[in-house]
Design a protein around this ligand. Structure first.
Ligand SMILES: [Zn+2]
Length: 255
């Protein structure tokens, strides 16, 4: 894994979290606002918090087939990130699914890709994210603010572009927020700092085509690895990029 320089004292360690926890002269360096904005967006989407009673502090974990995306997150979090590792190869996943009784897995063979995992180091400031879990369920906190990077990461994890048929040539952004489907006003209120007033129905946020344009202005540049989710030019270009996404940013049996 290699050593990483501690941003607080400048010395290098392989196990930084252990250094912060044990050192008499050094402690947990503060997380800046941008890191918190990124962590919030990830946790709104695909990330989970790992916080067993045996650990002094939580860490965040993100599973994805999109290795490019995880590598980009790794660069953004820098010393806070442990690393990106290959979690399970597509063959291992297929084998596990075959021995599983769940019928639904058998039908999605073509979608099976190698699975990667990014983990952060354990840090005292990650305790606030452990608090998102209430009664085994993930809930957005009341003080959540949708900064552009936060909204953008939530979108690439849980959102997509919807292309209509029959003359509808402008796509619409939708984002799944099933865990919050009972808090309509709260979820819509999250968009107060943006020019968007989405509808929220059955756990699904839907933007109009105009709001979709404002959305992309607000969030800015595409997230590396998820370029296709930012392609609003035409359905053909979108589908071309989506296919390229599987070719470029995912693998099968990398091990
Ligand atoms: Zn240090």
């Amino acid at each position: 894994m290699g050593d990483t320089e501690c941003p607080a004292c400048g010395d290098s360690y392989e196990r930084l979290a252990q250094h912060w926890a044990m050192s008499a002269d050094c402690s947990y360096p503060p997380l800046d606002r941008r890191r918190h904005e990124i962590l919030s967006g990830l946790l709104m989407g695909d990330a989970t918090v790992h916080n067993p009673p045996s650990a002094a502090n939580p860490r965040m974990e993100v599973h994805s087939v999109n290795s490019r995306f995880l590598e980009w997150i790794d660069e953004q979090l820098a010393w806070l990130s442990n690393t990106v590792t290959l979690r399970r190869t597509s063959d291992e996943i297929r084998e596990a699914n075959r021995s599983s009784a769940l019928e639904r897995f058998a039908s999605v063979d073509y979608e099976i890709r190698d699975q990667y995992l990014l983990t952060t180091r354990r840090h005292t400031e990650l305790n606030r994210y452990a608090e998102w879990y209430t009664e085994e369920q993930k809930r957005f906190p009341e003080d959540l603010r949708l900064q552009p990077i936060t909204l953008k990461l939530w979108y690439v994890c849980d959102g997509n572009l919807l292309w209509g048929t029959k003359g509808h040539t402008r796509p619409q952004v939708w984002i799944s927020a099933y865990n919050e489907k009972d808090r309509k006003a709260f979820v819509r209120g999250l968009f107060d700092p943006t020019p968007i007033t989405p509808t929220f129905h059955e756990g699904r946020l839907m933007l109009t085509s105009d709001e979709t344009e404002w959305f992309f202005e607000y969030v800015g540049e595409p997230v590396p690895g998820f370029e296709y989710k930012f392609e609003t030019g035409s359905k053909e270009m979108y589908e071309e990029l989506k296919e390229a996404f599987y070719r470029r940013h995912t693998t099968t049996n990398a091990a």
